[in-house]
Design a protein around this ligand. Sequence first.
Ligand code: 13P
Length: 259
Amino acid sequence: MTTTQKIRRLVLGNWKMHGSLAANGQLLAAIRSGWNQSSHAAACDVGVCVPFPYLAQAESALTDSDIAWGAQDLSVHDQGAYTGEVSGAMLAEFGCRYVLVGHSERRAMHGETSQLVAEKAKAALGAGLTPVVCVGETLAEREAGRTLAVIGEQLAPVLALGKEAVAALVLAYEPVWAIGTGKTASPEQAQEVHAAMRAAVAQAGCPGVRLLYGGSVKAANAASLFAMPDIDGGLIGGASLVAEEFLRIAEAGATTRSA
Ligand code: 13P
């Protein structure tokens, strides 16, 4: 199912655990000035999700620009004896707009369940942040023909948060086998999953939720992905660390028309 309404695109960088004060300074300045000079800046939302220690640097480098910033995880708790955790309120204090939740690397390496991911999305909304909820199947699950079932299972607790919550979040489909592998889902493979996700959010009363694709997105393949009717932008890993690549992907987000 596709919507006829126009959905504003979003291109979001996920730096993962990369960076240093010196390297970030250059990258942030380059994307800020590049996007500022771009004639497309008004046509696509752009943001970067940086490691926690660099939030203050992102805030100072990107304030009063057209580029938002955010984090890659948050605690389900508001405050308390949770050593090593970071709350949504803390992220909000640093001007974050977005926070990733349920990235496959956290699901796989930190045992995050779909229920916990939904609770994190709720905590983010409670702090005034936009959660970007990531879902995606492994290669084994795809080969077993379970892709749509897995996505459905991962989405269920998030959709159960209710219409108001769902309307305020962003979903990202990131097939695990396409992350950091150079192996992008074909536009048609991605669209098939996005169409199912669109049907699910539409059934929850929120057809306009932004659905991002992530997994080896580069400047060279971004436009063909963004041309798909239910792909509303991208969640970019490796290519978001190279200013020129990231800016070209953002431009593709601004200029590519959906089929
Ligand atoms: P890559 O773009 O490096 O494949 O990473 C995708 C991703 O995990 C973004 O969250």
